[in-house]
Design a protein around this ligand. Sequence first.
Ligand SMILES: CSCCC(=O)C(=O)COP(=O)(O)O
Ligand SMILES: [Zn+2]
Length: 218
Amino acid sequence: MSEQQRPTILLEEKQRVYRELGIVKADFAARGWFPGTSGNLSMRVGDYAPDRFVFAVTASGKDKAASTPEDFLLIDETGKPCEPTALKPSAETLIHCEIYRKTGCGAIFHIHSVYNSLVSELFWDRRAVPVEGVELIKAFNIWDEEAVIDVPIVSNFADIPRIVPEVTDRLDPRIPGILLRKHGIYAWGRDAFEAKKHLEAFEFLFEYVYKLQLVRGR
Ligand SMILES: CSCCC(=O)C(=O)COP(=O)(O)O
Ligand SMILES: [Zn+2]
């Protein structure tokens, strides 16, 4: 996107988004959701447009439990920084771009946890984690009696651009999340509040599904 075409980002809007992401980052770090510098967060900045947008994303490889003035940078829809910066965007920025493009969401949170990694491997043969009739499915605004959902799982590759088409193919408009095999989960929502709600629900459900398997001796 050329300098001229780029939507104007108000300084106050950028600061508001950085502040909000900083609060989420500290919260998730306190829960142990960023082991070994893993995980990344992003949030849209400015006006929404389906094919032209800007978002703030975490800088790559940082200790996400620490709070510094260099935690976030602005990225355009192609995955490139929108302002001159020495910071490196998250290595997984292209996955964020694709999720924004496909879903129109406002915030995306990615974490690695033991339970999301376990279920992504346990159910790899089905390419989805089935969750049956658990109340917390309602967190995804699915209110059917005894609802059954399938949380998609896609291959994980060291080469991130190879993951992008897998995400494109498997995104389910009803399910605001996707698992990368033996890697972690991406969860999203209209805003940071909703993305966090979805992520918390996924993590609860993955722990439940895993423990249910154990209890049933499978
Ligand atoms: C050490 S974790 C490996 C990379 C990863 O999966 C991740 O979530 C963090 O990458 P980033 O570049 O966003 O720090
Ligand atoms: Zn990751």
